[in-house]
Design a binder for this molecule. Structure first.
Ligand code: FUL
Length: 491
């Protein structure tokens, strides 16, 4: 398979921007050598999102199903008051930075007027067959400054050609339409569910495919790269973002951004064929930078069902998942399914709002801003300890190459009650730290208040109860290469 990793170039650009202020003293600017795989430019952009939404919406919304068989009449798709602007407003209130729409789910119904099949909105009564859900959601997202991504199910229970080579041509053509007609796409989502029985143009039979070869994924990914170079590709095996291995919305307590996907059957790893038990943790010395995405629905099902209206996750449940996904270096992909009106249900809107407000309030004031920062060791050049509290991700503190267990002390202006500590590694240099401990100065002595393993893009440490202190120390207790952190945040 082709090597998609252009992270090396990326790391050099990052180092160059750090060093630009030191041009008269080039010898001082030497950045740490990267450790292991490093993120690509598109992965770095994705790492900044952290929280984004899924919209599961299609004919299933009207038939009360999770997986449509593929024989549903397009006329069933009939939202009475579809309003993309209202949906995006609610997602934005929930703090979502982007949205991924199920442009086609397993039943094959296309939410845009595709030329590849008659099984689409074009043959529904909605807007007299002239509507385009993809367009309206994409445009509403852009109006709010949110990014837009597409879910296109590889499995298609409607298409007569499914399981033949012709279907792969059709699938790629659908993808081409989505990637060329709706502006910039930030994420392309390939589901692992595959094969089995379906309508298949009237045959109503069971069709199985060989997941290892049938989809010829490398060539589809190549096409995505050409049409949307900044889009990250998600699947069980990446190549950019990996499934976290469960649909409950959390990563393992230790979660490495690096991973070497392998197949359950010993063959090459492919979507739908990965040892998903290893996905929540990743691999410490994995060969690829392949960070985890934690998908979960705000309701028991992925699609809207009336009888699940009383079972919407509450803001505190979402907050817990936020800490167990974003707080473990992964992303949080929260599904909020539109109802039969084509709107988000009032309970979901209220939960989103409560969650968004809780996150904003928790991180509104970084108590580390303005603190005096001293490190036990700092490498020469632009890698000052003060970079840890400058609110930027493109500057960092780093120790000298041989110093693996440095510590950093923050002196605050006054006693503060700390509830959450946020750490971010300078990931363009790789995931270098194995473990850290955090101490607070209390009653004339250092007291350990928290400890963690993997950090990566973000590690959130929740203190069981607020700790009052004016001095905080972060100790790197183990590292595979000299540490480089871009943030220590205190909330
Ligand atoms: C699964 C699908 O089968 C579900 O219907 C849903 O789309 C979920 C996000 O992925 O594999």
């Amino acid at each position: 398979m082709k090597d998609y990793n252009d992270g090396e170039m990326n790391r050099r650009q990052f180092s160059a921007s750090l060093a630009s202020s030191l041009l008269p003293y080039p010898a001082l600017a030497a950045p740490p050598a990267p450790f292991g795989p490093v993120p690509t430019a598109r992965q770095l952009l994705w790492h900044e999102l952290e929280v984004y939404a899924f919209l599961h919406f299609t004919i299933n919304t009207f038939t009360d199903k999770e997986w449509g068989y593929g024989d549903e009449s397009p006329s069933l798709f009939a939202p009475s008051a579809f309003d993309a602007g209202a949906i995006l407003e609610a997602l934005s209130a929930g703090g979502m930075k982007a949205v991924i729409l199920t442009c086609k789910h397993h039943d094959g119904f296309c939410l845009w007027p595709t030329k590849t099949t008659a099984h689409s909105v074009r043959n529904s009564k909605w807007r007299d067959g002239r509507g385009d859900v993809v367009k309206e959601i994409a445009e509403a997202a852009r109006r709010r400054g949110m990014k837009f991504g597409v879910y296109l199910s590889p499995w298609d229970r409607n298409n007569a050609h499914y399981a033949t080579a012709e279907y792969i041509r059709i699938y790629r053509e659908q993808l081409r339409e989505l990637l060329t007609q709706y502006g910039p796409i930030y994420e392309v989502w390939h589901d692992g569910a595959n094969g089995g029985d379906g309508f298949y143009g009237g045959k109503r039979e069971k069709r199985t495919i060989d997941k290892r070869v049938y989809y010829d994924w490398p060539n589809t990914w190549e096409m995505v790269r050409k049409l949307q170079p900044n889009a990250v590709i998600f699947s069980d095996v990446g190549p950019d973002i990996r499934w976290v291995g469960n649909e409950k919305g959390f990563a393992n307590e230790t979660c490495w951004a690096t991973f070497t996907p392998s197949a359950r059957d010993g063959g090459p790893a492919m979507p739908g064929l990965v040892k998903e038990k290893e996905s929540p943790t990743g691999h410490r010395n994995g060969k690829q930078w392949l960070p985890a995405e934690c998908d979960v629905s705000i309701r028991p099902g992925w699609f809207w069902h009336e009888n699940q209206n009383p079972r919407v996750k509450q803001p505190r449940d979402l907050m817990d998942l936020y800490f167990k996904s974003v707080g473990r270096g992964a992303s949080f992909l929260l599904n909020v399914p539109p109802d039969r009106r084509g709107l988000l249900h009032e309970s979901d809107v209220a939960s989103l709002k409560g969650f968004g407000t809780a996150v904003r309030e928790m991180f509104a004031k970084n108590l580390a801003t303005g603190a005096t920062v001293k490190a036990s060791n700092t490498r020469a050049g632009a890698f000052r300890a003060a970079n840890l509290v400058d609110g930027r991700r493109d500057t960092c503190w780093a120790s000298q190459d041989t110093v693996m267990q440095p510590s950093v002390e923050l002196q605050l202006r006054r006693d503060e009650a700390l509830r959450v500590i946020r750490l971010r590694e300078a990931i363009p240099f790789g995931q270098r730290i194995d473990s850290i401990a955090v101490d607070a100065w209390q009653d004339g002595d250092w007291k350990e208040v928290a400890a963690a393993t993997s950090i990566g893009n973000c590690r959130l440490l929740q203190l069981p109860e607020p700790v009052r202190t004016a001095r905080v120390r972060v100790r790197v207790t183990q590292a595979a290469a000299s540490p480089a952190l871009c943030e220590i945040g205190l909330f």
